[in-house]
Design a protein around this ligand. Structure first.
Ligand SMILES: [Zn+2]
Length: 185
């Protein structure tokens, strides 16, 4: 059994959807020059209960207001600034991280009536927002010597063609049977 006094910092212990959200969040923070360190991800219920006891039936300052946390549901993570001595003192740092989270549809604990600035979480219906660096333009491909017009999607230096367009060029019929989220890395 895991030590209830120790925080798990492994992003891979989050739900697959929360892993996508957390990695996107970290990517955006990095792009913005924010030096983020993950301090906790998944929290077993016995650790949540142990933290709840702190400042109540056990000595110390109160650190949590609830026994029902999204950490136990693998949907939340906590951060600090990765600079020794400034881990929690730089409110501008947390505000910038909060802005990035908002842009990604991630809930920031800093917006709550009892703020929890290091805390970020998602709900089960969270969806990754469309990347803004996507560009769609009309292009022409040549298949078997025949020119065909298709949408070309440029993203991260790669040009993509929609499967549906390409199938049409080949005279094939395509329909969508549904999808599941997949981790990017
Ligand atoms: Zn938290």
């Amino acid at each position: 059994m895991s030590d209830i006094t120790k925080a798990c910092r492994d992003i891979k212990e989050l739900s697959p959807l929360a892993q996508i959200a957390c990695n996107l969040f970290l990517d955006e923070c990095k792009k913005a020059g924010l030096n983020v360190c993950i301090t906790e991800t998944y929290r077993p219920q016995n650790r949540q209960n142990w933290l709840y006891e702190q400042g109540r039936t056990r000595a110390g300052n109160i650190v949590t207001w609830t026994k029902n946390s999204r950490h136990t549901g693998r949907m939340a993570w906590d951060i600090c600034k990765n600079v020794r001595g400034q881990e929690y003192s730089d409110s501008a740092f947390f505000n910038k991280c909060g802005e990035i989270a908002k842009g990604l549809g991630i809930t920031w604990g800093g917006t709550w009536s009892t703020p929890d600035k290091p805390h970020f979480e998602i709900t089960a219906n969270w969806k990754a927002p469309k990347q803004e660096d996507e560009m769609v333009e009309q292009g022409t491909i040549i298949v078997d010597g025949k020119e065909c017009k298709v949408d070309m999607i440029r993203k991260d230096g790669i040009t993509y063609i929609k499967t549906r367009d390409f199938a049409n060029v080949l005279g094939l019929k395509v329909s969508n049977k549904g999808s599941i989220p997949v981790l990017k890395r």
